[in-house]
Design a binder for this molecule. Structure first.
Ligand code: 2Q2
Length: 323
């Protein structure tokens, strides 16, 4: 009797061990810089749901907001070395490895949503995505449009002279640093998750970002003005490490690609809805919107590509020419 119980136990143990590989799950970790209120997080969760459903739970996606896994740069390094994270939401910062995507940091280049869509979905977008894959071993799954970037401050800024010497945080991207230096400000790179505290403690006096991040990161608690510079229009990429992608079965890859397309549509729909509400919502929270002398800002940086980034002239001019 005892013997047979023992053998049943043993048999079930063996069965469990055999059964485990058959139920093997892959987990993909997405780390990003925004918080859970931001559309990037919601689109990532949508992606997670779709992937789980389409792979019958074989591929699980976990989403980590607020740079919990590391700054944007650290997360990218982690994806490349197969640690920390497998996926992220990133743009011009990736230009530190794959130069072409750096163009997303160019000031006054992209005109509007239509221009963005034409470039991102067209041959130039393909070229940028291929450059990212070749140079950084990261695969673009889709892109999300971003609202125009505006400068936030505690005193109104209407002209470049007003911005003279302004201690401002920028992402760690050469275009941002050089651009704001040309305007006359005093920009310094810093990880996004450190910005709120830096503004609160006066380490920085200003930062620039789209309204959606200004709102979700609660910058209205530490900044009084949104100066309507609109100095950059851009999109951002939803990416996965190429090694991680290649580790999936073909069917799982299909599921990931389809889920990313669905996340794109989901994001874009909510994005356009939200754009109209964001200004009113920030005004309610106490921020004042300031009209700026856009021509004056623009003329400060109109030669930037020729003077500082000649390696981008060709790409820059081809993007400008997209009707
Ligand atoms: O301010 C930020 O950190 C973001 O809005 C950046 O634009 C973003 O992280 C880019 O640097 C994307 O690579």
């Amino acid at each position: 009797m005892r013997k047979s119980i023992k053998s049943i136990v043993l048999l079930s143990l063996i069965m469990m061990m055999v059964a485990v590989p058959a139920m093997a799950q892959t987990t993909l970790r997405i780390g990003h810089l925004a918080n859970t209120d931001h559309l990037w997080h919601k689109a990532s969760e949508k992606f997670a749901e779709e992937v789980a459903e389409r792979t019958d739970g074989e591929v699980q996606v976990e989403v980590f907001p607020n740079e919990i896994l590391g700054s944007e740069r650290e997360t990218l390094e982690g994806i490349r070395t197969g640690t920390i994270a497998d996926m992220t939401i990133t743009g011009e910062t990736l230009g530190n490895w794959a130069p072409k995507v750096g163009i997303l940091g160019a000031m006054y280049l992209f005109r509007d949503s239509e221009h963005i869509k034409k470039v991102a979905d067209g041959p130039i977008g393909e070229e940028i995505e291929q450059d990212i894959l070749d140079k950084s071993n990261i695969r673009v799954l889709t892109w999300f449009e971003r609202g125009p970037r505006y400068l936030t401050t505690n005193r109104p800024i209407r002209t470049p002279e007003d911005a003279e010497g302004l201690k401002m945080r920028v992402p760690n991207v050469p275009w941002f640093i050089k651009g704001w230096q040309e305007i006359g400000a005093n920009p310094a790179p810093m990880a996004f998750s450190e910005v709120f505290t830096a503004l609160q403690q006066g380490v920085m006096d200003a930062q620039e970002n789209p309204l959606a991040l200004i709102d979700s990161a609660k910058f209205y608690e530490v900044q009084d003005y949104v100066n309507l510079t609109g100095h950059i229009r851009q999109w951002i990429y939803f990416v996965i490490g190429e090694d991680q992608f290649q580790n999936l079965t073909e069917a799982q890859q299909e599921a990931v690609l389809t889920a990313a397309d669905i996340a794109h549509d989901y994001h874009q729909e909510l994005f356009f809805e939200q754009q109209d509400e964001l200004r009113a919502s920030l005004e309610e929270k106490g921020m004042e919107f300031i009209e700026v002398d856009n021509d004056a800002f623009r003329s400060k940086v109109s030669d930037l590509v020729y003077d500082e980034f000649p390696e981008y002239i060709d790409l820059y001019e081809r993007i400008e020419a997209v009707e």
